[in-house]
Design a protein. Structure first.
Length: 281
């Protein structure tokens, strides 16, 4: 690693993303590795870090608001019957090592630590692949293993009493523009129609760019989508919606999301075709 502790992802020789492994952030932002900036092949940035509306949003990564009561999302914690509350309960994801590192991707080991104890160990696999002259795919897999001696579970504000707020898991904070991006999937349009539902893919379309998020395993496709467009642009895949996700000692939860990053404003037919090309069986 360089002194700046970052790596550059490349597609066909062109830089498309910077991966920061050891960001210097205050504890309340739940420090964690992230990708930013991520760009289209033409160079348009499609991520944000530390925006004024949610300073704990960090580009592309994995963020979970409740791991046995520890906050790995950042910001306030939603407490049942109290609402969003400032708590001294933030954890951190610590980069341990790269098992593999190439210009187009890497395999990374991380430790999820809170209050001096390691709760989870993660293996993260990231790969960038060219799809067309104007589109590429970010293949992102994370495996979370419970390394404690007891049962552990993942929750969200939704499982803690806030309906519709099932964020936590893979999350992409997109670029905010003057107008909210369009959101659509196979058969629906709009944030209110898609948020909290299950769909094979979700497209977020800005002024000159498009992002298409797809669950790339059968298990991942069962997770509902967390979608924001009007307040801010962001898409995530929810680990805990109606109930907490248990991870017994020594067991592992695995999810894989493939995101198509395209120049221009793609249509529904184009989105479906790019997802087919990006997600291998």
């Amino acid at each position: 690693m360089t002194a700046h502790d970052s790596a550059v992802l490349r597609v066909a020789g062109r830089p498309v993303g910077r991966y920061v492994t050891r960001p210097e952030l205050p504890a309340r932002l739940a420090p964690r590795p992230y990708l930013h900036p991520v760009t289209t092949l033409a160079g348009t940035a499609v991520t944000e870090v530390g925006p004024a509306d949610h300073i704990h949003h960090l580009g592309v990564g994995v963020a979970v608001p409740d791991v046995e009561g520890s906050n790995f999302w950042g910001g306030r914690t939603f407490v049942r019957d109290r609402g969003p509350t400032e708590l001294d309960n933030h954890g951190a994801q610590r980069h341990t090592a790269f098992q593999l590192r190439d210009p187009d991707g890497f395999v990374e080991e991380l430790r999820w630590v809170a209050a001096g104890a390691e709760l989870l160990r993660e293996r993260r696999t990231v790969a960038a692949t060219e799809l067309t002259r104007t589109a590429w795919a970010l293949d992102f897999t994370f495996s979370l293993t419970n390394v404690t001696s007891g049962p552990l579970s993942i929750g969200s504000p939704a499982t803690n009493g806030r309906p519709g707020a099932a964020y936590g898991g893979f999350f992409w904070r997109a670029r905010k523009e003057a107008q909210a991006p369009e959101v659509f999937t196979v058969d629906r349009e709009g944030e209110s129609e898609i948020h909290g539902t299950v769909a094979p893919w979700v497209a977020l379309v800005g002024s000159t760019w498009s992002l298409i998020f797809a669950g790339a395993t059968e298990r991942t496709r069962r997770d509902p989508w967390f979608v924001r467009a009007e307040e801010y642009p962001g898409v995530g895949s929810s680990l805990a919606v109606d109930e907490r996700l248990p991870i017994p000692p020594g067991e592992t939860a695995v999810r894989r999301i493939v995101t198509v990053v395209a120049d221009g404003r793609i249509s529904r037919l184009e989105a479906a075709a790019l997802v087919r090309k990006a997600v291998s069986p």
